[in-house]
Ligand binder design. Structure first.
Ligand SMILES: *Cc1c(COP(=O)(O)O)cnc(C)c1O
Length: 357
C-alpha cells in the first residue's frame, strides 16, 4: 500500500497500529473467536474496554474524582443541545463565545432551550481571530467556547478566567496539548478528529453541576441518566469507543500529552514558517491565534490552484482542500499525523514556488 499523507479535517488520520488492532478485533476480539461487533456490550470483555476508556480520558485530562466520563452517540452536534438542556436553568442565562460555524450552531440550539447571550464574537472579521478583552457577566449558568475552530483555523491559546462554569467543545484539539481539565465544568468532543472513528462523543462532566435546571428531562438527553447507566443506558457505540481506547493507549504509551504537545508544536511551526516564507501562500488567521491543528491558507494567485492541486496529489497528499464555506486550503495536523507528512507538504510548496513564482 502506498503511504498517503492524510491531512483530512475529519474524520481524520488515526495511528496505523491502532487501525491494525481495530481490524483484528473485528474478526477475533480478545481471543473470544468472536468479533467485537457481535458480542454484548454488557459482556465483561466490553465492560473492560469502557472502563479503560474512561480511566484514560480522566488521566489524560487530569480530571478530579467529581468528573464523570461518558461516550454518547449523536456527535458533538447533539451536545450543542444537551449542554443547555442539562445546564441552563429555566430562568437562567447561558453565555457563548462565537468563534465560528460550530460555535454558531451551538448558540442556535441553546436559543431554542433558554436565554442565551453572546458574550464575545469574531464574526466581524470572518472568524479569523479569537476575541479578547471582553467582560463575562457573573450571573451566567455557564460560558461555552470552542477551543479550536476546525473550519477557520483559530485556537484559544489561553482560556477565559471566570467564576462562571466553563463548557468547552474540544472536538478538534482534545488531547493535542496540555489543558487543565478541572478548569472546565464540562468538556465534550466528537471522536472523529483526534480520538477515534465517528460515532462516539466523549463528555467529561463535573457531576456536581447537574440536576439544577428545573426542567423535566427526557431520558436519552439527560447526563444523569447516562452517568447512572455507566454510559450504557442504551447500547453505546461499541466500535468507536474501542478504537478511541486504542488511540488513547497509543498516546499514553508513546509519552502522553507532553509528547503530543511538543510533536504538534513542531508540525505547526514547520508549516506556518513555510507559509510565511513562501511567496505563493498566505495564512488566513491572526498570527497569535493560529491553530496547531487546522492550518488554513490561501493563494494570492488563486488561478494557480489547479497547478498546486496537481503537485500535491502527485505527492500522495490527501485532504488539503479548505472547508466548502471558506475555500483555499486547510492542512489538518491531528495527533496521528507524523512530522514527515508535514515535511512532504512543505517540499511540494517549495517546488510549487520554484516553478510558478
Ligand atoms: C467536527 C466538529 C463538530 C461536529 O461534530 P459532529 O460529530 O459531526 O456532530 C463540532 N465542533 C467542532 C469543533 C468540530 O470540529
Amino acid at each position: 500500500m502506498t503511504k498517503v499523507h492524510n491531512f483530512s479535517a475529519g474524520p481524520g488520520i488515526l495511528p496505523s497500529e491502532v487501525l491494525q488492532k481495530a481490524a483484528e478485533a473485528c474478526i477475533n476480539f480478545d481471543n473470544l473467536n468472536l468479533s467485537l461487533l457481535e458480542i454484548s456490550h454488557r459482556s465483561k470483555n466490553f465492560e473492560a474496554v469502557m472502563d479503560e476508556s474512561r480511566v484514560l480520558v480522566k488521566e489524560l485530562l487530569g480530571l478530579n474524582d467529581n468528573y464523570k466520563v461518558l461516550f454518547l452517540g449523536g456527535g458533538a452536534s447533539l451536545q450543542f443541545a444537551m449542554v443547555p438542556y442539562n445546564l441552563l436553568r429555566t430562568e437562567g442565562t447561558a453565555g457563548y463565545i462565537n468563534t465560528g460555524v460550530w460555535a454558531s450552531k451551538a448558540i442556535k440550539e441553546a436559543k431554542m432551550i433558554g436565554n442565551t447571550q453572546v458574550v464575545a464574537s469574531s464574526e466581524d472579521k470572518k472568524f479569523s481571530y479569537i476575541p479578547k478583552n471582553y467582560e463575562i457577566p457573573t450571573n451566567l449558568d455557564y460560558l461555552h467556547m470552542t477551543s479550536n475552530n476546525t473550519i477557520y483555523g483559530t485556537q484559544f491559546k489561553d482560556f477565559p478566567k471566570t467564576s462562571v462554569p466553563m463548557v468547552c467543545d474540544m472536538s478538534s484539539d482534545i488531547f493535542s496539548r496540555k489543558v487543565n481539565g478541572n478548569d472546565f465544568a464540562l468538556i465534550y468532543a466528537g471522536a472523529q478528529k483526534n480520538m477515534g472513528p465517528a460515532g462516539a462523543t466523549m463528555v467529561a462532566v463535573d457531576e456536581t453541576i447537574l440536576g439544577k435546571t428545573g426542567r423535566k428531562m427526557l431520558s436519552m438527553l439527560d447526563y444523569q441518566v447516562h452517568i447512572k447507566g455507566g454510559s450504557m443506558y442504551n447500547t453505546p457505540p461499541v466500535f468507536p469507543i474501542y478504537v478511541s481506547m486504542l488511540t488513547l493507549k497509543w498516546l499514553k504509551e508513546n509519552g502522553g500529552i507532553a509528547w503530543m504537545e511538543k510533536r504538534n508544536q513542531e508540525k505547526a511551526d514547520a508549516l506556518y514558517t513555510e507559509i510565511d516564507r513562501n511567496s505563493m501562500f498566505v495564512g488566513t488567521t491572526a498570527i497569535e491565534d493560529r491553530s496547531n491543528m487546522n492550518v488554513t491558507f490561501i493563494m494570492p494567485k488563486p488561478e494557480l490552484e489547479p497547478e498546486f492541486d496537481k503537485l500535491w496529489k502527485t505527492a500522495n497528499i490527501s485532504g488539503l482542500r479548505g472547508h466548502r464555506d471558506v475555500g483555499g486550503y486547510r492542512a489538518s495536523l491531528y495527533n496521528a499525523l507524523p512530522l514527515e507528512s508535514v515535511k512532504a507538504l512543505i517540499e511540494v510548496m517549495q517546488e510549487f514556488e520554484k516553478k510558478f513564482a
